[in-house]
Ligand binder design. Structure first.
Ligand code: GDG
Length: 597
């Protein structure tokens, strides 16, 4: 078995974290899997990355493919490779499961996935240090088309991003969504023990929580994180089975969103569309039928330290080769955009602002190049294919309007870039343009900050990204649809006093390092632990030791050997200790050792 070197390398930081003693009672559930088996040289075969998250990002962004004959090992069988998680949630959660020894349930979409699993679809991972079970679910092409390319991405995605005109409610998709959610739920039910904690990820699995709740003991904790926005009730009204979805999500004991606004919108939707539910806006709880759901806002961060480290290790050669590859003149100011090619990301609005900027500031012509790295996504869905055509057309038109013999104002590429190249782009960019029309969080903005180790770049960020709430006031905030102001902001970001730009970046870095991926996971685990503690406490059989300390706000267990990691991930940008975060970290550690019992 051969490992993909690049993907493996970026797990380093996650492995550095101190891990607690563990149990087998954590069950993570996501559409995408943390490890994918394939055949040698048979490149990743998808163009469908998925967005959400980091669960899916790097793996799926590795587009292009073109099957090449697989290599063979000595026995003549094709050699099997495994892709490791590189970043984001997958890389962050993998070490937790390695330590606790639980189960991760996900769609098995790799070419060679079946070749390595047992009759139940299970394989022990990581391959070189088998510590937890990856249970793969096999989905037919029809199921993927209906559940993933259908209801998830033609109905839920546009509704949650408030693009009602792009909703395509095809017959049968809703039913596939229900059936696949049932498949995931059944797999969870098979594994769930009394003291299990089930942690679901994202909008592909909105119905599964209620299905699970109906079948597992009360003491099993069910939690979910919703990575995309929650829409206002007017937009949600377009959802063909809105009430069913809300009821599905109310099967969770805990439901997390990135920011307060989404929590409030969710509560309002429940109030309006599930009249028999009781909504308490103050405590952010919903009581429905016999169960209660706690809502929380925990903004997701990035693994800031690894972006910082990778960026610092660059010696300039990577940027030089990118400059040669894309024919970027030396010495020009660089603007940068990095996005999946998704209509929610505001790429046409950004191009319009670039055009206006060059129109109004002729002095920047031949002195400024805008690099747009766009990753094709869900290309089988017409709205995505049309967006791609439109963006490429606009790039050509703007370039034709302003280009000179030695300079194109826009360099546009759909190539997948490696993490090293991404860091080289982030580090070299003078101004980063992040202009979504609506975005749950936006990790690119944070990655740029984490990789800006020279402290000189400026971030322009849409006021409609969840990241705006997290990052404070030190970026240049724009409304992406106000082209004149957007263009003027590009000029201001490039020409403002250097000291001002540096101070802004210093403060941004402080926030991105403090609220990094690990802090987010700790926040989630602390919230789960509080609920899990009160659930197990209220059990009448007395089999479990009382989980004192969870939910009661009591101090950390001084004997715990698992809460010493509170400072271990303080990156160079984390300038001061954060007691809340440290408190959360001990909660996560304690939750994990508690659930081992
Ligand atoms: C969803 C929500 C929320 C992209 N191209 C390449 C590449 N990427 C990586 C980026 C980043 C990720 O993909 C994109 O993450 P975003 O957060 O920006 O956006 P979504 O994919 O829409 O994610 C979003 C997120 O879930 C988490 O909850 O923030 O709001 O929509 O990590 O770096 N990485 C590499 N090469 C590429 O060409 N290496």
């Amino acid at each position: 078995m051969r490992h993909n070197e690049e993907r493996q390398s970026s797990t380093d930081r996650s492995q550095d974290r101190q891990q607690p003693a563990g149990s087998g009672s954590l069950i993570v559930v996501s559409n995408r899997q943390p490890y994918r088996h394939g055949y040698a040289d048979d490149d990743e075969d998808t163009d469908d990355d998925d967005s959400t998250t980091t669960v899916e990002d790097d793996a799926d962004a590795a587009v292009d493919g073109g099957a090449v004959d697989a290599n063979t090992d000595e026995s003549g069988d094709p050699e099997i490779t495994v892709d490791f998680p590189t970043g984001g949630l997958t890389a962050g959660l993998d070490p937790v499961l390695r330590e606790s020894g639980g189960t991760w349930i996900a769609w098995g979409d790799g070419e060679a996935d079946r070749a390595v699993t047992d009759d139940d679809g299970c394989v022990a991972v990581p391959p070189d240090d088998e510590s937890y079970t990856l249970q793969r679910l096999w989905l037919s092409e029809e199921a993927v088309e209906g559940y993933y390319y259908g209801f998830s991405n033609r109905v839920l995605w546009p509704i949650c991003h408030e693009f009602p005109d792009l909703v395509e409610n095809r017959p049968g998709d809703r039913d596939w969504y229900r059936r696949v959610n049932r498949t995931f739920a059944d797999a969870v039910i098979d594994h769930a023990t009394e003291d299990a904690v089930v942690w679901l990820q994202d909008y592909h699995l909105a119905l599964a929580p209620a299905m699970i709740r109906d079948a597992v003991p009360d003491s099993t904790t069910i939690a979910q994180f919703w990575h995309i926005p929650w829409p206002n009730p007017e937009a949600f009204r377009a959802c063909p089975n809105g009430r069913e979805l809300l009821e599905g999500l109310l099967g969770n004991d805990l439901l997390g969103f990135h920011i307060d606004g989404y929590v409030e919108a969710f509560l309002t939707c429940v109030d309006r569309f599930v009249p028999d539910a009781t909504v308490d806006y103050g405590s952010r709880r919903v009581r429905y039928e016999s169960s209660e759901t706690q809502l929380v806002a925990t903004p997701m961060g990035v693994d800031a330290e690894s972006y910082d480290r990778e960026s610092r290790s660059l010696d300039g050669s990577c940027w030089r080769s990118l400059r040669e590859r894309y024919d970027i003149p030396s010495g020009v100011a660089i603007g940068l955009g990095v996005d999946r090619l998704d209509y929610s990301k505001g790429i046409p609005e950004r191009l319009a602002a670039i055009e206006r900027f060059l129109e109004s500031n002729p002095g920047w012509r031949e002195r400024f190049t805008f690099v747009q790295k766009a990753t094709p996504s869900r290309t089988d869905i017409p709205a995505y294919a049309e967006l791609g055509e439109h963006v490429r057309h606009e790039v050509d038109r703007i370039n034709a309007r302003f280009a000179t013999r030695s300079w194109d104002p826009i360099v546009y590429t759909e190539d997948y870039v490696t993490r090293e190249e991404l860091c080289a782009l982030y580090r070299r960019a003078d101004v980063m343009l992040v202009s979504p029309l609506l975005d749950g969080m936006n990790l690119v903005a944070q990655e740029f900050v984490a990789a800006s180790v020279d402290g000189e770049g400026s971030l322009i960020l849409s006021q409609r990204a969840g990241a705006t709430e997290m990052l404070g006031d030190d970026m240049f905030t724009i409304d992406p649809t106000r082209t004149d102001e957007f263009a003027a902001t590009i000029d201001a970001a490039l020409t403002g006093p250097e000291i001002d730009r540096q101070q802004r970046m210093t403060r941004l870095r402080q926030r991105v390092f403090e609220d990094d991926l690990e802090a987010w996971m700790d926040g989630q685990f602390a919230a789960i632990a509080r609920i899990h503690g009160s659930q197990t406490e209220s059990r009448s059989d007395g089999e479990l030791e009382s989980p004192s300390g969870f939910g009661s706000g009591s101090d950390a267990d001084p004997d715990s050997d698992t809460d010493t990691d509170s400072d271990s991930d303080s990156g160079p940008g984390a300038l001061s200790g954060d007691t809340d975060v440290q408190g959360d970290r001990s909660s996560r550690s304690r939750f994990r050792s508690q659930s081992a019992r």
